[in-house]
Every structure is written in C-alpha cells, then in structure tokens.
Design a protein around this ligand. Structure first.
Ligand SMILES: [Mg+2]
Length: 103
C-alpha cells in the first residue's frame, strides 16, 4: 500500500470518536454473549467450560442491550421510534406472508 491506495480514516469530532468506541464496545459485548452461548451448548474448550457460570448469560444479554442503547443515544437515534417502526414492519411482513397467495 502506498499513500494513494491506503485508506484514510480520520475521526474529526469527539462524537465520531465516541460512536467508534461504543461500536467496538458493542462488538466486544456481543462476543462475550456468544462465548456464553457456546458454553451453554458445550461447544467451548474444557478450560473455558470449567470457569463458566450459567448465571452470567443474563448479564451478557443486558450488556449487549445497554451498550446498543448507549450507541444509539450517542448516534442520535430515537430508539423507541426505531424499535416501534421496525416491529410494525415485521408485523406487516409476517401478516403478508400468512395471506394465501393469489393466482
Ligand atoms: Mg459483558
């Protein structure tokens, strides 16, 4: 790579840095939840399974939700509206799928 082909990533504002930080944090929390799910399914290596506490998965679900909420707030997303709109969209789609196909 040279100067012309290497990507230029620049964060210009404090808000952009916060969004990036919270995005990375969300990924970390999703990874922790995935670890616990693998452990519950006994798909982790033995050393990890020995340390695993099943109760921890509740905290990991909460971490993912809280971190996603924090990211949305930082990014200026109206979470209540976004979730409401999405649920409506899903309901409309599943309602259409349940209707008999017209010939
Ligand atoms: Mg966590």
């Amino acid at each position: 790579m040279n100067e012309r082909t290497s990507p230029q990533y620049r964060l210009y504002s404090q808000k952009e840095k916060e969004i990036l930080t919270k995005t990375v944090k969300l990924s970390e929390e999703v990874g922790e939840l995935c670890n616990d799910i693998l452990a519950i399914l006994k798909l982790q290596r033995r050393a990890k399974l020995e340390k695993f506490d099943k109760r921890n998965i509740y905290e990991e679900f909460a971490d993912v939700i809280i971190t996603a909420m924090q990211l949305a707030i930082t990014a200026g997303v109206d979470v209540e509206r976004a979730v409401g709109d999405k649920i409506k969209k899903i309901e409309e789609r599943s309602s259409k799928e349940r209707q008999p196909k017209q010939k």
